[in-house]
Write a protein that binds this ligand. Structure first.
Ligand SMILES: NC(=O)CC[C@H](N)C(=O)O
Length: 427
């Protein structure tokens, strides 16, 4: 994986490498009322008792947002999205779906619960960086094992705080998601960073290949009893599921395991023929980063499996299923990223409060006859779920596994079990 001079891995688009001139030390010329020691008076250098703004977020619209850095340093490009979740910043940081994106938290106070190693949704942080209003100066949580700042520094993830996240959010809502470049390198001019932000785009890039696993593995983690729920009515029968890792969140696997599934996770490029040879009772197509139109190989895999075994698509998996069934996906203005989106389940007319994280959606008008829209996002009427009963297909645009967010839609896992059960009985 390409690294820049500051050791920040260029995770988003390795081919977009910046010229690596190590930054020249910058003399701070300060004018402040603090008494200067004699030598500092001579050089004009003063140690300020507080952190100064040492980072810039330059957006492609030309706006420059000065901020204070935490975590890794360096220069990183990515698409800026805002997430309105009030809790779960660690699950967000480790959701591979954010690869190529800066996540701006609209909840102003971040970091107060530190981090722990139970709440991670994948093996590392894939996002481009974290943008927060106020970084907690202390942690207070019985599960805390590390500060957010140390956690990000160890994972080469950049963060900024003391920046007007509200103003940036309003801009994103007005103009749509914007590409930005975040830099702590004072040697880079504003113009250089602006040029970088206008030279990269997230559309059309396969970001899945940068987050998927390298080889198949069995999911063996047990959900600790204090975190388990809904598993009482668990079927006596065990169902074998192959889960395609397009950037899979671990809580999808934990929830399937809680419902009694034995799961083999396979890489995104795993051949459909190999999957079918494994004779699974069902196949899950997972969430994942980037543009669903940029991974035709994954759509072909889905097409080859469709109709052979019951399938369940989540988020990116839902979009790939939509394309495999003949539909089209499109890029939304600023997407849905949060934990309080109301979704109407058209099958039972219940409204589920859902966990959401997506910038693309399936266009229901493009779906062929026989494919049913099963869920609708009540905020904007977009397609939040589909089914194709004759091919034993179900999928959701949002996240029934929560992590973070509400568990209103956990029943979707039960429905997938029922789909596998009925298909097996009919065989
Ligand atoms: N969480 C996901 O799977 C996101 C899917 C896709 N990358 C999108 O942004 O819409």
């Amino acid at each position: 994986m390409a690294l820049n001079a500051m050791g920040v891995s260029l995770r988003t688009n390795p081919s977009f490498c910046f010229s690596q001139n190590p930054p020249k030390p910058t003399l701070l010329t300060v004018r402040c009322s603090l008494p200067l020691s004699s030598d500092s008076a001579a050089t004009g250098l003063a140690e300020r008792p507080w952190k100064v703004a040492d980072a810039r977020l330059v957006l492609e619209d030309g706006s420059i947002w000065r901020a204070k850095s935490f975590g890794a340093s360096g220069t990183q490009v990515g698409e800026v999205v805002f997430n309105t979740s009030l809790t779960g910043y660690q699950e967000i940081l480790t959701d591979p779906s954010y690869a190529g994106q800066f996540v701006l938290m609209t909840n102003p106070h971040i970091g107060n619960t530190g981090v722990n190693f139970d709440d991670e949704e994948s093996r590392q942080c894939f996002l481009a960086g974290l943008v927060v209003r106020s970084l907690s100066i202390t942690t207070s949580n019985w599960r805390c094992v590390e500060t957010l700042s140390d956690y990000l520094a160890k994972r080469n993830i950049m963060g900024i705080y003391d920046v007007d996240t509200r103003a940036i959010t309003r801009r994103l809502r007005q103009d749509g998601s914007l590409i930005g470049v975040l830099s702590t390198e004072q040697s880079r001019s504003d113009e250089e960073l602006l040029t970088m932000s206008r030279s990269w785009d997230i559309v059309g890039i396969d970001l899945i290949s940068g987050v998927t696993c390298n080889a198949p593995y069995e999911w063996v983690d047990e959900t600790k009893s204090e975190w388990d729920f809904n598993s009482d009515g668990r079927d006596q029968e065990t169902y074998r599921v192959i889960a395609y890792d397009f950037g899979i969140k671990h809580n999808i696997l934990r929830r399937l395991a809680s419902y009694g599934c034995k799961i083999t996770v396979v890489p995104s490029s795993w051949p459909a023929g190999e999957t079918l040879k494994m004779k699974p009772d069902g196949v899950l197509f997972s969430n994942g980063p980037g543009d669903p139109s940029a991974v035709p190989y994954a759509v072909e895999t889905v097409k080859e499996i469709l109709g052979k075994v019951p399938v369940f698509g989540i988020c990116m998996g839902h979009q790939l299923l939509g394309q495999a069934l003949g539909g089209k996906t499109f890029k939304m203005k600023f997407g849905h990223h949060g934990g309080n989106h109301p979704v109407r389940n058209l099958c039972n007319d219940r409204v589920e409060i859902s966990a959401q994280n997506h910038n693309y959606a399936v266009d229901p008008a493009s779906l062929p006859d026989g494919v049913e829209v099963t869920h609708v996002n009540l905020n904007d009427g977009s397609c939040a779920g589909l089914a194709y009963p004759t091919l034993n297909v179900m999928s959701l645009q949002y996240h029934p596994e929560a992590s973070p967010g509400p568990h209103d839609s956990d029943c979707a896992f039960r429905e997938f079990i029922e789909l596998m059960k009925s298909t097996k009985q009919a065989a």
